[in-house]
Write a protein of this length. Structure first.
Length: 420
């Protein structure tokens, strides 16, 4: 019989891994909430044109990475490859784009890339978008939020930051680049020749060592941007300095999505050469113009959850919980045991309770409790059932107490630290 497997590049996240996803997500959500961001949930599928218009048709995502299908009515839909375009679409559609808005999202995204460690076809992002503030303080706020997250997680990836100017600056700079790179056309491979034709900016972040030197000598975007863009960027850097936030200015950083302008940044894991961008973002003051003819400044970032977990070696403290296993000696005690399980669950949300459904001997049930890493085994036999008690056994010390159901809350609270 054919054995089904998950689709290439799309992995199952099993319970021993999913708890890290959940714990990490809780940290990210709590930080975003503390900075005044609110959750937005948008559909997985969007009109394909939304992504083409936002991300840009010369980008890798649009050229070859989207999962796209045409429905029975000939409409083309794509599975979201990123979250910014969907957020902008939703805010415009619901008339929420005229005021300041701060939103976060978390969920799966899809790109048909060649799978490898840190690069998946279904991956998860936690992102935040800040709409409606043009001044540099918004950029600083986003970077402060990300740094607050790194501090909560006790990690310290390297911030690389650059400015790519405004659309007009970029148009002029692309002509300068085109002129420069055309001289080296014969040194480029086919993909690079194509980039030169479609989007010469993308040559700047090429990983091909053979053209390292050509890129190093390329004209710098910082020499081709307007005074306003330069001032905006200098103000950000000056505040980062004052706030003691470390960064590396990288004038080759351009990002792979066309909607960006002015500030772009990435957080890098310096210990790895590939797939080492853990978080990335920037300004996109011209995206809304494409969607609703209005000039609305905005910026945002997204963290790759898989990459962050791998970067942290899954070293994440989980909420303290206590596991109880209820051992029942006899089927007649079943309802009584269910009742006790519910009483314990109500005492603390950090008490995790599983019931036994095989009324085998106590030794076998204690073995099962150990297998489930239970901290306590609650033992229920006929005697406990008839006198409204239970035995609570500490699986570490082996110490066991008979506890009256009326006193169980007091008993548990005085004997167990539930982290609250
Ligand atoms: P992005 O750089 O395309 O930006 O993706 C953000 C992060 O998602 C990356 O830095 C990486 O950690 C993770 N990521 C991307 N592709 C994959 C993949 N195939 N497998 C695993 N992880 C991946 C954006 O998506 C922008 N929407 C970010 C943004 C928000 N800019 C402004 N607002």
């Amino acid at each position: 019989m054919k054995k089904f497997q998950s689709v290439r590049g799309m992995k199952d996240i099993l319970p021993n891994e999913s708890r890290f996803f959940r714990n990490l997500e809780n940290v990210l959500i709590s930080a975003a909430n503390q900075f005044g961001f609110k959750e937005i949930k948008t559909p997985i599928l969007e009109d394909t044109n939304l992504f083409i218009k936002s991300i840009g048709d010369g980008t890798d995502i649009i050229e070859k990475e989207m999962y796209t299908f045409v429905d029975a009515k000939n409409n083309s839909f794509s599975m979201r490859p990123e979250g910014t375009a969907s957020c902008a679409r939703a805010l415009v559609e619901h008339g929420l784009n005229d005021s300041i808005n701060k939103v976060w999202y978390s969920g799966p995204f899809f790109r048909h890339e060649r799978p490898q460690k840190g690069r998946y076809r279904q991956f998860h992002q936690f992102g935040a978008e800040f709409i409606g503030v043009e001044s540099y303080e918004a950029d600083v706020e986003m970077i402060s939020l990300i740094n607050f997250i790194w501090k909560s997680l006790d990690v310290d990836p390297v911030l690389k930051i650059n400015t790519i100017g405004d659309i007009q600056d970029r148009k002029k700079y692309i002509l300068v680049l085109l002129d420069y790179f055309s001289k080296y056309k014969h040194d480029f491979n086919e993909a690079e020749k194509n980039k030169l034709k479609v989007n010469p900016l993308r040559l700047l972040d090429s990983k091909n060592k053979n053209i390292n030197e050509i890129i190093a000598q390329a004209p710098k975007i910082t020499d081709h941007i307007s005074m306003e863009s330069k001032l905006h960027f200098d103000s950000i850097l000056s505040i980062l300095d004052k706030k003691n936030i470390k960064y590396e200015q990288d004038d080759k950083l351009v990002r792979g999505l066309d909607y960006y302008n002015r500030t772009v940044f990435e957080y890098i894991d310096k210990n790895h050469e590939s797939q080492n961008t853990i978080c990335a973002g920037g300004r996109y003051d011209f995206l809304f113009e494409n969607l609703c003819d209005k000039n609305i400044p905005a910026l945002g970032f997204a963290i790759g959850i898989e990459r962050l977990l791998e970067y942290m070696n899954y070293n994440l403290e989980s909420e303290k919980s206590n596991i109880f296993y209820i051992a029942v000696m006899n089927e007649d005690n079943y309802l009584y045991s269910q009742n006790i399980a519910n009483i314990i669950r109500k005492i603390s949300k950090n008490y995790i309770v599983s019931n036994s459904y095989s009324y085998v001997n106590l030794k076998a049930q204690l073995k099962k409790a150990n297998k489930l890493s239970a901290d306590y085994c609650v033992i229920i036999g006929d005697e406990e059932c008839s006198n409204n008690t239970c035995q609570i056994k500490n699986m570490d010390s082996g110490y066991q107490d008979a506890v009256d159901l009326d006193n169980i809350e007091t008993y548990l609270k005085s004997n167990i630290d539930d982290g609250n």
